[in-house]
Ligand binder design. Structure first.
Ligand code: HEC
Ligand code: HEC
Length: 311
C-alpha cells in the first residue's frame, strides 16, 4: 500500500539547483480543502499523540516524532509496533508545512496524504485507516470533538486533515541564525560566523544544496554517504540506476537536536557528518560532484559545526 501510494504520487518538479536564494521566511500555503482553525489544530494535536492509532495502542506519531527532539528521534531507527522498526531514520517535522513534498524520495505530495503512510505501515503503526476511524468514533469524547470541528465523524478525510493541520503549525524561526539574519550580529559566536562563511563559500559548496531559510533547495541528490546503498532512495520509485542513493536534501534547521543523521541514521554526530563531507564521500557512481574532498582543517570543521548548531 505504502509503495503503491508513493508510485501514484511520484514527485515531478524539483527546482533546478540554485545558489543562496535569499532568506525570507516562506509562507505557509493552506490546501483549499483544509483551511486551518484553532479547534482543528487542537484535534490534530490530540490525534498526533493518540496511541489508539496503532494496532496494539502502543505507539503514537509523537512516539517517534518527539517534541523534545524537534519532533525527531534520538536513535537510528525508532520503535514501531511490536518491536518492529521503520526502515529509515525519523526526520524532524518542524517546519514540514513548508516542504513541497514528503518522504525521503519525495514521493508524497501533501501532509494530508502522508498521514496514511505511518498509520498503515506494517513497521510503524500498522492500523488500517478504517479501523482507526472506527476506534475514534467509538469514543464519545472523540466523536463529539470531530462533530464540533467537522460536523462529521472521524473518516479518512477528517482524520488526515486534522493531523496535517496540527503539523502545519509546527513552525520555528527563532534560532541564533534567525536572530543573526534579523540583524543581531552577535547572535552567532565568532566560530559560528567563520563556519557560516565557509558554509556559503565555493570551498565547501554546502549552500549549493542546503540553501535559503530552510537550508534546503528541495532537490533529491546522492551525497556519497555509501558505496553500496541498501536503501536505494529515489530508485525505489523510478527503478532507474541513475537514481540509486538519491535522497531529499534535508532541512538543517534544528539539526543540533536531531542526531543521528542521514536517511539511515548511520552518522551519530555532526562531527561524523563533517568528516564524511571532508573526506569527499564514498565515491558512489551517482555521487553529486559537489561532494568531493574539501581539505578542511580541524578548526574549520569545528567552525562549521558551531554554525550548524546555530541553526
Ligand atoms: C515508528 C516511528 C514513526 C511513527 C510512529 C511515525 N513516523 Fe513519521 N516518519 C518516520 C520515519 C522513519 C519517516 C521517514 C520515512 C521516509 O522518508 O520514508 C517519517 C516521515 C514523516 C514525515 C515526512 C517528513 C519529510 O520531511 O518528508 C511526516 C510529515 C511524518 N513522518 C508524520 C508522521 C505522522 C503524522 C505520524 C502519525 C500518523 C507519524 N509520522 C508516525 C517515523 C515515524
Ligand atoms: C549535492 C548536495 C549536497 C551538498 C553539496 C551537501 N549536502 Fe548535506 N545533505 C545532502 C543530502 C542529499 C543529504 C541527505 C542524505 C541521506 O539522507 O542519506 C544531506 C544531509 C546532510 C546532513 C544530515 C541532516 C539530517 O538531518 O540527517 C547534514 C548535517 C548536512 N547534510 C550538512 C552539510 C554540510 C555541512 C555540507 C557542506 C560541507 C553539505 N551538507 C553539503 C546533500 C548535500
Amino acid at each position: 500500500m505504502y509503495l503503491f501510494m508513493l508510485l501514484l504520487t511520484l514527485a515531478s518538479c524539483a527546482p533546478e539547483s540554485t545558489r543562496v536564494d535569499g532568506f525570507q521566511i516562506p509562507e505557509i500555503v493552506y490546501p483549499k480543502d483544509n483551511p486551518s482553525s484553532d479547534a482543528k489544530i487542537e484535534l490534530g494535536r490530540r490525534l498526533f499523540f493518540e496511541k489508539a492509532l496503532s494496532i496494539d495502542s502502543s505507539i503514537s506519531c509523537g512516539s517517534c516524532h518527539k517534541p523534545a527532539l524537534s519532533f525527531a528521534d534520538s536513535v537510528a531507527l525508532s520503535d514501531g509496533v511490536m518491536g518492529r522498526k521503520p526502515f529509515r531514520n525519523t526526520p524532524s517535522i518542524i517546519n514540514a508545512g513548508f516542504l513541497p513534498y514528503f518522504m525521503m524520495e519525495g514521493g508524497v505530495k501533501s501532509l494530508e496524504l502522508q498521514v496514511l503512510a505511518p498509520l498503515q505501515d506494517h513497521n510503524e503503526m500498522a492500523l488500517h485507516v478504517f479501523e482507526a476511524c472506527k476506534r475514534l468514533n467509538a469514543d464519545s469524547s472523540y466523536s463529539r470533538q470531530f462533530d464540533l470541528v467537522w460536523g462529521d465523524s472521524a473518516t479518512p478525510f477528517t482524520l488526515t486533515r486534522s493531523i496535517a493541520s496540527f503539523e502545519r503549525e509546527l513552525i520555528i524561526f527563532n534560532s541564533a541564525f534567525d536572530k543573526y539574519l534579523e540583524g543581531d550580529s552577535l547572535a552567532l559566536s565568532e566560530s559560528a560566523r567563520r563556519g557560516k562563511d565557509l558554509f556559503y563559500s565555493d570551498r565547501t559548496d554546502c549552500s549549493s544544496c542546503h540553501t535559503g531559510r530552510l537550508l534546503t533547495n528541495f532537490e533529491i541528490k546522492n551525497n556519497g554517504l555509501a558505496k553500496v546503498y541498501e536503501d536505494k532512495g529515489l530508485f525505489r520509485l523510478t527503478t532507474k540506476d541513475e537514481d540509486a542513493g538519491k535522497f531529499k536534501i534535508p532541512s538543517l534547521r534544528n539539526v543540533k537536536h536531531t542526531a543521528p543523521y542521514m536517511h539511515d541514521g548511520s552518522l551519530t554526530s555532526l562531527k561524523a557528518v563533517l568528516n564524511h563531507y571532508n573526506r569527499g564521500g564514498m565515491g558512489h557512481p551517482n555521487q553529486d560532484p559537489l561532494v568531493r574532498p574539501l581539505d578542511l582543517s580541524e578548526n574549520e570543521v569545528e567552525d562549521l559545526i558551531a554554525f550548524l548548531r546555530s541553526l
